[in-house]
Design a protein around this ligand. Structure first.
Ligand code: FE2
Length: 398
């Protein structure tokens, strides 16, 4: 091969390399591949054929000329019989020759037949030389790999999409199961319908306001749903008793957080300490809670969030033994119990998120939809503003 020709071929190859690695979309790339090949061999027409997904039919991915040639009608046997990537001139009687193909290059990657390249006559009307064929092999290898990569990429994208759908489906079933479980817990007590669900939503709102990761938020959501699972072992009569509890009955009801813990510890959740959050949801910062009488420093932020969410919902819901509180009164109560029962950062986050929800700053409110419809939102809002100011000052001081 003369030097000038060799340099030209190398330049063409480098063009092809540039096209393969470019960020163009694949159809654009194919157009460029064909353009480079036609230019290199001074061919008047050409086509790149490949297997279509998903049925493997041969289709023209790109062509210039060869419009009358139906790819499905091409006899592939000479292509498959040719040594891998070995270009050849089609037989005189073949449909390929009849349509003007002067060179055919099968495209293989290992044992995979990817497709082929067709080239029409040269502008110069000279036949393809053995050097041309040698060079075509080099081009073919590159193009075959690019086609194969693209097919793999499409397969992968499809599988990812399938996986994503499966994952979504699993999540949906998981959430439905949680809901069903929570409904079973809440059904024990006629006054606590949807309590677990609300506690879950409130906890999520606070955790998000505190900057928790989506993974950890999912964990506190599940903890909210399941925190009272231990109530399943307490008798309905006791849970729905309208007169004050005896000390023994109080002990019996209090057992539920420990039972919840025992049940939840049996399950391997993908979140750290979910069982501890559940065990300690009735602990208080001053150490007067149960079951372990832990103090603030021993309680995680998750526990403090769940405790506040649980108490706020308990206060604003009607119970067998008392009327529900209005939201203003419940907020006062949370404030009064600050440091003894509730954590100031958690209360601040709760106030901030509820305030944002009232102002319509959050597209999917978690707390607001569950509040009493009679509530005067402007009064609540100004109460929240005051609390936020007060708590932020404390935060800045502390
Ligand atoms: Fe509880």
């Amino acid at each position: 091969m003369e030097l000038r020709k060799a340099l030209f071929n190398i330049a063409s190859l480098s063009d092809l390399g540039g096209e393969i690695t470019s960020e163009k979309d694949f159809q654009e790339k194919l157009k460029s591949f064909l353009h480079v090949v036609l230019g290199t061999f001074l061919a008047s027409s050409g086509a790149i054929a490949c297997r279509d997904r998903p049925d493997g039919r041969i289709v023209f991915a790109e062509r210039k000329g060869f419009e009358k040639l139906a790819p499905q009608e091409i006899d592939l046997s000479p292509l498959l019989a040719a040594a891998k990537n070995e270009p050849y001139r089609p037989d005189g009687g073949s449909s390929l020759r009849a349509e003007g193909a002067e060179a055919v290059v099968p495209l293989w990657v290992k044992d995979d037949f990817i497709g082929f390249i067709l080239l029409g006559a040269k502008f110069t009307a000279e036949p393809y030389t053995p050097e041309d064929f040698e060079m075509l092999v080099v081009f073919a290898r590159q193009i075959a790999i690019a086609l194969k990569n693209h097919a793999l990429f499409l397969d992968l994208t499809e599988k990812l999409e399938e996986n994503r759908k499966l994952y979504e489906e699993m999540r949906r079933i998981y959430h439905d199961t949680l809901q069903a479980f929570a409904a079973a817990i809440d059904a024990k007590d006629v006054y606590t319908r949807h309590h677990s669900q609300r506690v879950a939503r409130y906890s999520v709102a606070i955790a998000r306001e505190l900057g928790w990761s989506e993974h950890d938020i999912e964990g506190i959501y599940v903890a909210g749903f399941l925190h009272d699972v231990g109530k399943l072992v307490i008798s309905n009569e006791l849970l729905n008793k309208r007169t004050p509890f005896t000390p023994e009955e109080i002990e019996e009801v209090r057992r539920h957080s420990l039972v919840s813990y025992k049940i939840i510890s049996q399950i391997r959740f993908p979140w750290k300490d979910i069982e501890k959050i559940i065990r300690h949801h009735h602990e208080r910062l001053d150490g007067t809670g149960y079951p372990d009488a832990l103090k603030s420093e021993d309680l995680s932020e998750g526990v403090k969030i769940l405790a506040l969410a649980d108490s706020f919902d308990a206060m604003t819901s009607q119970r067998a033994y008392r009327e529900k509180m209005d939201v203003q009164k419940a907020l006062d109560e949370l404030k009064n119990c600050l440091h003894r029962q509730f954590d100031d950062r958690v209360l601040l986050a709760f106030c901030r998120v509820l305030d944002k929800e009232i102002r319509g700053e959050l597209p999917e409110p978690d707390i607001l939809p569950h509040l009493d419809r009679e509530s005067d939102l402007s009064v609540i809002s100004s109460l929240l503003q005051g609390l936020i100011r007060e708590l932020s000052d404390n935060d800045a001081d502390g």
